[in-house]
Write a protein that binds this ligand. Sequence first.
Ligand code: ATP
Ligand code: MG
Length: 672
Amino acid sequence: MSNLNPRQREAVHYVDGPLLVLAGAGSGKTSVITRKMAYLIEQVGIPGRNIAALTFTNKAAREMKERVSRLVDRKLARGLTVSTFHNLGLNMIRQEHAHLGYHPGFSLFDAEDAKALLQDLMLTDGSADAGDELSDIQMTISNWKNAMRSPGEALSKAADEREQRIAIIYNKYNQYLKAYNAVDFDDLILLPVQLFRECPDILTKWRRKIRYLLVDEYQDTNVCQYELVKLLVADRAAFTVVGDDDQSIYAWRGARPENLAQLKEDFPSLKITKLEQNYRSTSRILRCANTVIANNPHVFEKALWSEHTIGDEIRIIRCRNEDAECERVASEIIDQKLKQGLEFRDFAVLYRGNHQARLLEMKLQAYQIPYRLSGGQSFFSKTEIKDAMSYLRLLINPDDDAAFLRVVNVPRREIGPRTLEQLSHYARSRNVSMFRALSDLGAESHVTEKGLDRLRRFAHWVDNTCRRLHEEDPIPVIKQLFTDIEYEEWLHQHSGTPKQAERRMANIWYLVDSVQRMLDDGKGTADEIGIEDAISKLILRDMMEQREEEDDSDKVQLLTLHASKGLEFPHVFIMGLEEEILPHRTSIEEGNIEEERRLMYVGITRARETLSLTYAAQRKQYGEKIETIPSRFLDELPEEDIRWEGQGDLDVEANQKKGKATLSALLGDLGV
Ligand code: ATP
Ligand code: MG
C-alpha cells in the first residue's frame, strides 16, 4: 500500500460501512478498487469468491482483472468476480433460469436480433414501413426496461398515442422473447432484479455469495443497475462505489448521475471520500480539463491538481478540410513516433462518432500505420462468425428463431421465402418457435411438399447434431457441423479470392478453439462449465465485444469519446472540434450542451503527455461543402496553455491569439 496517497489508503482501508469515492479523472478511483480487492482478500480475510467488482465495458473489466492479478496471489483470488454488470446478470439468469421460466441454453438477442424481431412484429401489425421509427421504438423500449417499467406500466403511463402504441409493441416483444426462450441485453439486469424482488430466498443466496461489492464508473448506472446494487448489498451495505459526476456521458442510455446523490439518502451512514491529486496528466492538460468543465454547474465541487511537469502546450490544429485533417493526424503520428522514439500504441485518436473514423482509416493505411478500431468490424461482426454463432445458438436453443432464420439457407437449402413465411405464420398462430412448428407441420400450413421435405431434412439434421453435442465430446461435433454443411465450399463461392475464403475459414476454427478453451479453462475446478454455458458466454462476449476486440499488439487506438472512458494514453488526438460535431448537433438542438462538455472533459483527461485537437475549416455534409464553425469548447480552453496552428487567413488570427497568450504569460511571469 506504500505508494497510495493518504486519502486513497483511507478509502482502501475503510470497511466499516458504505463508501463513495467521488473524484475527478485520473485521481486513482479505479486503482482504489483494485487495491481494495487485494486488501479485502489479504488483510480482511474475505475469500475471493465472495467479492465482486463491477464495471461497464469488457475492456475495463479485463484491465481491472489484470491489475488485480498482479496484486493478489492467484490461489487467493480464485472465484473473484470482476465483470461487467451484464456479465454478472447473465450468470444470475443462467443459474436461476428455472425460477424465471426459461429453459437451459436460452438465447441472447443482440441489438440486431431484437431489431429484426421488432420489425417483424410491426409488419404483422400492419404498420407498413418501419424505417427510422424502428430505432426510436427500440430505444424507447430499452429505456423503459432500464427504468424498470413493465409493459403494463408503460401502457398506463403512456403520455400520448405514440407511447401507447410502443407500449403495446413492447408487450408483444416481451411475449415473443419468452416464446423464443430468449432475453435481450437489458433483460440481463432487469430479470435478476425482478427475480430478487419476488423470491427472497434466491436473493438471500446471492447476498451470501457477494459479501463485498465494488462498482467502478458509478455515475453511469441506470435505475435498474442501481436497484440491483441496492438489493445485493441490503442493510449490511458492505460496498465501495467510485465515480465522477463530470464523466457521466450515458444519460441518453438511461444512466442517472443522480444515483450518486441518491446514495446518501438511501444509505445515511455513507462515507464520502474525495481524491484530488491527478496522477495521469501534465499540469497543462489538467488545467484545460478543469477550465472546460468549470463551465458546467456543479453539485459536488472538486479541484484536481497534479505534481507532474507543466508539459507541452495543447495544440489546436486547423485543417483545410476533413481530408487534410485525417492526413495531418496520420503524418503527426509518424512524425512524433520517429522523433521521440515512441510506439504506435502510445497514440490514441478520439472522435465523437464512428463515421469520422472511415476517412482516417484510409489515411492511416496509406501511411502504413497499424491501428485498432474499437467499434468497427470486430471479430464477431464478420459474416462467417455471425453464421457460425447462429448455428451454435440454434444448437443450444432450437427455439431461437433469429438464429434459425439466419442459417436455414446458409448454405443454400433452396428453402424459399414463401415457405419460411408460411412456416413463420403457422408458428405464430400456435405460439411456438419455428423449429418446434416444424415437427407437426400439417397440410393447413400451406407449405408445399418440396418445401416441407427440405425443411424436415434440415430439422432432422439439427436434431441429430443437438443430440450428439450433448452425448459426445462437443468439439468434434462442432467441427463436423461445418463439414456437414460444406461451409468451406460455400465460403469459396462467396468470397472475392481463395485467400479471403481461407482467412474466413480460419476465423471459424479460431471460434471453435475459443469454445474449446472455455471448456478446458474450468475443467476439474468449481468453475467447470458445459457446452451450453460456454456457448452462451461466447454469445455475451459477442454482444459486448462487437465494440471491443482483444488485441495487444502495437497499434494506434481509434475510438469514440464514449468508448475511451476509464482509459489513458500518452498521446491523444481529438478530431472534429466543430460545432455540430462536438458539441453534437442533436445535443445543440436539445440544449444539452452539458453532456457534450462532459464528453470533452473525458476526452481531454485521457491524455498523459500531449494533447492535440483538430478541426476542419470545411467539411462535406450531405454532398455539399460547408464552412464549419470551430467548437465552442475551444474557446473555453485557457489561452496560456494552448497553441494554434493552421494555414491561411486563420494563421493571422491564431498568431494574434498566440501573441495575446504569450503576452499574458509574460505578464504573469513578471507578476503583473
Ligand atoms: P478515470 O476517472 O479516468 O477513470 P481514475 O480515477 O480511475 O481515472 P486511475 O485510472 O485509477 O484513475 O489512475 C490514473 C493513473 O494514475 C493510473 O496510471 C494509475 O496507475 C496512476 N495512479 C493512481 N494512484 C496513484 C498513486 N498513488 N501514485 C502513483 N500513480 C498513481
Ligand atoms: Mg477509472
